[in-house]
Design a binder for this molecule. Sequence first.
Ligand code: SOE
Length: 396
Amino acid sequence: MTQNKPPLRVGMVGYAFMGAAHSHAWRTAPRFFDLPLQPELSVLVGRNVDAASRAAERMGWNETATDWREVINRNDVDLIDICTPGDTHAEIAIAALEAGKHVLCEKPLANSVEEAERMAAAAEAAAQRGVLSMCGYSYRRTPALTLARELVQEGRLGTIRHVRAQYLQDWLSDENTPLTWRMDKEKAGSGALGDIGAHIIDAAQWITGSSIAGVSALMETFVTERPVGGDMVGLGGHGDASGERGPVTVDDAAAFTARFDGGAIGVFEATRFALGRKNAIRLEINGSTGSVAFDFEDMNVLEYYDGSTDSRTSGFRRIQVTEPDHPYTGHWWPAGHGLGYEHGFTHQVVELVTALADGSQPSPSFTDALQVQRVLAAVEQSAAAESRWHPVQATS
Ligand code: SOE
């Protein structure tokens, strides 16, 4: 462990899938990056004492607590890491900021624009007191996507014309996969749209440097009832033996077109029913002088088309984003050895800790995440209105 560095004492609320990923990141970042602060896994917060203690033991936390309200007021905690379902983000984040704690909040920021606006306002007020915050859109920290943003910023793609973005999972394809909090609008805010659509909205806006200015959308819930009794992680599992089924109150899939403020047009798709696609985040961005293409299921590669080369030698190049001078990768393994899903969370910690030490605004900020929340709301409004939907008359 590195000595003589100011500690960053973390209190994390929640310990399911995201809690495990964040814990890994807090443990690992100081071992591979020379951080200005030394993260300490101080307190894991969970309502169930026994389960939280087992999780703390497994994930490397020093102690546990059952009430986040007590932890945000401790003077031996510096940052609150929120890894809970979206219905608790606003209450915890605003209280923590007002208590003077930095905040890392999982995505999406909130379950509504109203909540997100309150969170962004609290974050701006807290920043005036040197209390900073970040929203956990961790896919930005995938080296290949960071490289894509660098290429856009360097002008290598020219004027951006098209954004093609998909986030494809299939863990709900089986109609007997049981209900969990992710299928409950009260807990999750929305389904595929907010859970995974938010990621591609954030990534597309961040890479292009343009914001979505308007959408036309449709959303679908293919399976409207499921067995009760799913597990907390919410990615599958088996229902209880009762045979009882309950309502799905969120979308299974969303698709929308978008206009960007820079003039580009976009096509977005987020679904949990793309049978065979496990965690396929696919982005293709076409510009006037170049294109990039990415698939998270091949996450160490960025495809790049350089429009400036002559037609005899042109074509998409597969860039192995593992060289020492690629984003983040020089801190890990020699070229060609590759990184995984968890590295994005570690890079997220690196960016956050560096910003906190500098006193600079971490990115994405709560205001950045509010913009994503506004796109989510626009998609839901458009899908509900179906105002510009033109039915096509059947021929038979
Ligand atoms: C479930 O769809 C999920 O766990 C998302 O909530 C995460 O944000 C994504 O990284 C993996 O899939």
